[in-house]
Design a protein around this ligand. Structure first.
Ligand code: FES
Length: 141
């Protein structure tokens, strides 16, 4: 009986520790309306991704090379988007969204949602991928 009680207490404490440390990544919002073009660039339709309507909104997708990419709305202007390679600039582990930042599960580097490094050991911002924005879509690559 006391073993069950200890396990239960331990499970609760571990759960609290995980939540307190922010170790539970957000569920990534997978982009819809994503098309890999013949030239290898990726087209993301804006109408299919309402998360991008608000500043700080993010959708994620895998590009034609298998790389995890985030498209982030960085401002109110119509062309304020940034595409980020989600490979950590420390040793390459894919970072995960945690609230309004990216956290590397490997050595806990943190990046702002726009990819700027905030906490080491990473020293460089997440790598930006060029974007071309039109009224209906963003082409990444
Ligand atoms: S690989 Fe990301 S912090 Fe080390």
């Amino acid at each position: 009986m006391s073993n069950e009680k200890d396990v239960s207490r331990r499970a609760v404490l571990c759960g609290l520790a995980v939540l307190t440390l922010g170790l539970v990544p957000d569920t990534a919002i997978a982009a819809t309306g994503v098309k890999v073009l013949a030239n290898g660039k990726v087209e993301v339709t804006l109408s299919g991704n309402p998360a991008l309507k608000k500043v700080g909104g993010v959708v994620q997708f895998t590009d034609g090379a298998g790389q995890s990419v985030a498209l982030v709305r960085t401002g109110k202007s119509a062309n304020a988007y940034r595409a980020l390679n989600l490979s950590c600039t420390h040793e390459g582990t894919n970072v995960q969204k945690s609230g309004s930042k990216w956290v590397c599960p490997n050595h806990r580097a943190e990046f702002a949602i726009n990819g700027d490094v905030k906490v080491g050991p990473a020293r460089a911002n997440l790598v930006q991928i060029p974007v071309k924005v039109s009224a209906t879509k963003v082409v990444v690559g």
